[in-house]
Design a protein around this ligand. Sequence first.
Ligand code: R1P
Length: 289
Amino acid sequence: MSIKHSELILNPDGSIYHLNLRPEHISTDIIFVGDQYRVDKVTKHFDSIEFTTQKREFKTTTGTYNGKRLTVISTGIGPDNIDIVLNELDALVNIDLETRQPKENHTKLNITRIGTSGSLQADIPVNSFLLSSHAIDLNGMLQSYQVEDIAHSDIEEAFIEHTNWSQRKSYPLVIANGKSLEEKLVSDKVHLGMTATAGGFYGPQGRVLRLPLQDADLNAKIDSFNHNGIRVTNLEMETSAIYGLSKLLGHDAASMNALIANRANGTFSEDPGKVVADLIKYTLDKLTE
Ligand code: R1P
């Protein structure tokens, strides 16, 4: 059975609907950034560039760094965008776009996010790097899929009990990363920890401007959670979606976070651009060593 035109949408030039990409445009080694203007901050280091395009917030450039072919894509903000980007990238490599049928041989993508994030722990300061060993999904996007086999129910149950998690919110799914990218990217310069992925920037991350929170103590309870040494180290808006969909689709993923804020002591980096620039260079070098 071929996938219907309403489900797998292609543009008139054969490219996939939102990303505007055809299979030949991408490498299997991919870097995600949130901000479309961060794509050039990565690719300015490249030896050569073969392709670039942009539709909406999704800017893509493919080229080589240290001789390795890499694709950099901006995802915009949030797990809803990751649902689009990961499903469309997977379709480019694992669905025959002519016959609209899944291919027999699976192609694995290696996806590294280079993002910004806020630390939740006083001992993990601003301007440091963190690789997400796990992600905890606080936004619910992944619950549309069959996630039972990728869940870590012992950590989830401990988290629900520790935080008295509201049943009106989505179930806090925990996903581990695929490990082979972690092995490439980790060093004594990088903290490891569980990243919480929220579905918004203000209330969903415990920020109060004019609206009171459902649970004003939630961030403090998240900070103090510790299950067999697994702590929630930082908050952002994409990692659990990347880890969850990568696991379900058979891809490897790692999330590298430039910590530009510390929510535990209320500090913000004096030069966030430098931390991000340093993380970009660090990640490119590690990926191509
Ligand atoms: C919020 O300001 C955005 O910044 C963080 C969050 O995850 C969210 O996307 O990451 P990026 O800088 O990678 O976009």
